[in-house]
Design a protein around this ligand. Structure first.
Ligand SMILES: [Zn+2]
Length: 256
């Protein structure tokens, strides 16, 4: 019985071919390299995306692609070390990867990101992809996050608008505690500006610390719980999207 997931980066091309013949599904994690306050590393989003993709593959099905470590991070462009693709470059990166996959047998692609600002370019790119290729594409950014964080000790800065705070810091304390310096964790709720969504005012101009929310209440225990809930939610939407019958013998999927 073959494995229901494979790491495309460390597998051979024949293993990828055999996998895609059985399971023509791929999972693409999209991260970022951008400031995350003084207590978290710049690759926080990439590390979380990589861990989520691997776990989704293990619990469900898919060829796991290498995490793209740069995304659309225009709002932090004035922080040294923060990197951003332009909107169009980022869309081209996604399109080129999807075309590579489609050429060699992938039929369904899950694009998952842990960086909120990646969501807009992903949204418009997959509209083009489904118009021009037979590939079906699903995008996920922490599905049902409100339900995931019902037991949070802090609130989001604005609904679904958070950065380097309790949620992300807890996930990192669970996944990579050695990369978190809690002595530098802060709580900051920058004042909300009415023209925030209406002008080009970036997040980076509102926060002094680079944190939007309360990082001081983060714990590894919450991170583990929330990580597992996130995996469960992504697996659920992914499997509903795939809509495949399960194999009675072991939960694997039959491809017709
Ligand atoms: Zn982040």
């Amino acid at each position: 019985m073959s494995k229901n997931y494979i790491d495309a980066a460390t597998a051979t091309w024949q293993e990828c071919r055999d996998f895609l013949q059985r399971y023509p599904f791929a999972i693409l994690p999209l991260g970022a390299t951008e400031q995350h306050g003084l207590h978290l590393p710049q690759n926080t989003d990439s590390l979380i995306a990589e861990a989520l993709a691997l776990q989704v593959g293990k619990q469900s099905v898919g060829m796991i692609l290498p995490t793209i470590p740069i995304g659309y991070s225009w709002v932090w462009r004035d922080y040294p070390g923060s990197l951003t693709f332009s909107f169009d470059t980022f869309r081209s990166v996604i399109k080129d990867i999807a075309v590579s996959l489609g050429r060699n047998g992938c039929r369904v692609l899950l694009i998952m990101t842990t960086h909120g600002a990646n969501s807009q370019p992903i949204k418009y790119t997959i509209r083009e992809l489904v118009d021009h290729t037979p590939m079906r594409v699903l995008r996920a950014f922490y599905p049902n996050l409100n339900q995931v964080m019902t037991d949070a000790d802090s609130t989001a800065w604005q609904p679904l608008n958070f950065h380097a705070e309790e949620f992300e810091t807890s996930l990192m304390l669970h996944l990579h505690p050695d990369l978190v310096d809690m002595t530098k964790a802060v709580s900051e709720y920058p004042p909300y500006s009415l023209d925030y969504e209406m002008s080009t005012l970036p997040m980076g101009a509102l926060s002094e610390s680079g944190v939007f929310g309360d990082a001081t209440v983060a714990t590894a225990e919450k991170g583990e719980k929330w990580f597992n809930r996130c995996v469960t939610n992504i697996v659920k939407v992914w499997e509903e999207f795939l809509d495949l019958p399960t194999d009675e013998s072991g939960g694997l999927y039959k491809i017709n």
